[in-house]
Design a protein around this ligand. Structure first.
Ligand code: FAD
Ligand code: DLZ
Ligand code: SF4
Length: 510
């Protein structure tokens, strides 16, 4: 008999494993403490994964497959993958174990050790999910020392013939429409509402409490609003294509106190637990663009495809090329803890209060909130990338290390010294004020750099450049900043730096 392990983020019913029912195959899914406890997860994240896993096991049984499911409180549960596989090997005449390639380095190593641990043949198969394989960085950039997203993305556009015209050129003559995709919401603009599901998770919430699992965030009305199975994920994709894609690109960087999800798809959970395939997402959206050419401009679809075929695959490629060393990188040698209000949202800084508040209640923030509000502040404040990683890995519904760490430690904190990005993503209040309405109702003044009510982003921004002059001055994309800093009147510069020191010294109270 063959025993096949399915991880909590491998819930793809279209995998060829399931194409026929074989009485000689036993499938297993397990809720285990090794996975609930490696970081403090958002309660919605654990609940959504368990709901999706439980639904998937039912679906498999309905298809006729044999499934052994371990709930967290199953008396047989030894709370680790290896432990529970042993339980099954004692119960059934197992001759071989198979698993799909895991997406996390830690789990990859853990499962690679199974052969020794169980004394049985073990085979890893493809998860059939990604469009680029684990080694794609060295394939695309053979012999090169830098790895630009843009080159990676164009390579896969060509390989999969996505948004390529009959002459082999990019649709519309350009590869990149980013410059058109940076608009804030005009005053009184109302985006369509998000498409929410309503899954009660009372039983799982009780289980989490009973077992004493440490979680973060809240789960209003014990309800999960994300899709937990394939048909729901397809519904959400449909809603996105019809209602949100037409303005996705234009407003992808916009932030607003009332419209926390804007034109974003909220598809990341479905994609990351693999109930949805990136290729079908891309194709469905391209089909919509083809069918409504006057309503959906090329910049909308290109912006969306870039996120999925570009960033998502690229981040995974970086992860597998650079782990495990990547998890130790700390380019700026930052050491501070995250401010306490990252776990409560209790700060007078309106942008952070909103971005953190919604992360705690929805387990969601969109890309620019993650990058230019919470990430920006953590970097300016000199927080240790381990702390920042732990926060991002726990708090978001879509957080899995392969995509979290590359975005956080790499893109957001520049702790990799420039593997993912070419310069740190930091900004003063100017950017936040331009892209959102946060500053309109803030305790702080976005135009002041020091003195009563000065926005902390402004002084911390210059403090960051000042303290990291040695590391950053020679970067051609940054040199200009140092010219501005050096042109400032000496007392202005001192006032700004003093203001930053003051904020840093009581960061839990700002
Ligand atoms: P949309 O804006 O609708 O985009 C569509 C899809 O594109 C997303 O579902 C996602 O699959 C993909 N995508 C977009 N941007 C990225 C990106 N930078 N990297 C990878 N995929 C991308 N994404 C995660 O899936 N998991 C994480 O743990 C995660 N951590 C992040 C941490 C930081 C500091 C930052 C700056 C970004 C992080 N992202 C992460 C990327 C991005 O913020 C989320 O994918 C996105 O916000 C999910 O919401 P959505 O589905 O509405 O995305
Ligand atoms: C994130 C997560 C959590 C919280 N719980 C489980 C679990 O109990 N069982 C499981 O199989 N997977 C879980 N996961 C997802 C895994 O952590 C994920 O499969 C690995 O990190 C590999 O990406
Ligand atoms: Fe954020 Fe500063 Fe604007 Fe307040 S003034 S919302 S702290 S950027």
């Amino acid at each position: 008999m063959i025993l096949r392990l399915i991880l909590g983020d491998q819930l793809n019913p279209k995998h060829n494993w399931f194409s026929e029912v074989n009485p000689g195959v036993l499938y297993t899914l397990m809720e285990v403490r090794s996975e609930t406890d490696y970081v403090a997860h958002h309660i919605q994240k654990i609940a959504a994964i368990f709901l999706a896993m439980r639904h998937f096991s039912k679906e498999l049984r309905q298809m006729g497959h044999a499934v052994e499911y371990f709930t967290l409180d199953d008396p047989r549960n030894r709370q680790s993958f290896a432990g529970n596989l042993k339980v099954l090997c004692e119960k059934y005449p197992i001759e071989r174990i198979e698993y799909q390639e895991p997406d996390e380095y830690r789990v990859d190593k853990m499962l690679a050790a199974l052969k020794e641990e169980l004394g049985l043949p073990v085979q890893m198969v493809s998860s059939e999910h990604f469009l680029a394989n684990r080694n794609s960085l060295s394939e695309v950039f053979s012999g090169k020392r830098t790895y630009l997203l843009e080159s990676f993305y164009r390579h896969y556009r060509k390989k999969y013939n996505i948004l390529i015209d009959q002459n082999g050129q990019p649709e519309g003559g350009r590869w990149n429409y980013d410059a058109e995709n940076r608009k804030a919401f005009p005053r009184n603009h109302v985006p369509p509402p998000p498409f929410l599901f309503h899954h009660r998770a009372d039983e799982i919430v009780k289980l989490i409490a009973k077992e004493g699992i440490k979680t973060i965030g809240q789960i209003p009305e014990n309800t999960i609003t994300y899709p937990i199975n394939r048909s729901e994920a397809l519904e959400l994709l449909e809603y996105f294509a019809k209602n949100l894609l037409p303005w996705f690109g234009t407003f992808q960087d916009a932030m607003h106190t009332q419209y926390s999800t804007g034109y974003h798809s909220r598809l990341s959970f479905a994609l990351n637990v693999k109930i949805l395939h990136p290729y079908e997402v891309i194709n469905r959206c391209i089909e919509e663009w083809h069918s409504r050419p006057t309503e959906i401009s090329l910049s909308q679809i290109e912006g969306f495809v870039r996120q999925i075929l570009g960033w998502r695959e690229y981040m995974r490629a970086i992860y597998w090329a650079k782990m495990p060393d990547y998890a130790l990188l700390n380019h700026f040698q930052h050491t501070s803890p995250l401010p306490e209000w990252y776990w409560t949202g209790n700060t007078r800084m309106n942008c952070l209060r909103h971005a953190i508040g919604q992360s705690l209640t929805m387990a969601y923030a969109h890309h620019i909130q993650r990058l230019m509000v919470t990430g920006n502040f953590a970097l300016l404040a000199g927080c240790h990338p381990d702390e920042v990683d732990r926060w991002y890995l726990g708090i978001y519904i879509d957080a899995f290390e392969w995509v979290e760490i590359t975005n956080t430690r790499g893109m957001s904190q520049f702790a990799d010294g420039g593997i993912v990005g070419t310069k740190p993503y930091v900004s003063s209040a100017n950017y936040i004020s331009k892209m959102s309405n946060y500053c309109d109702s803030c305790h702080y003044n976005p135009r002041k750099r020091y003195g009563e009510g000065a926005c902390p982003f402004n002084s911390l921004y210059w403090h960051f450049y000042d303290r990291h002059r040695k590391l950053l001055e020679k970067n051609p994309r940054i040199g200009m900043m140092y010219q501005s800093l050096d042109r400032m009147a000496e007392n202005e510069r001192q006032n700004i730096l003093k203001q930053a020191e003051e904020y840093l010294s009581h960061i839990n109270d700002i």
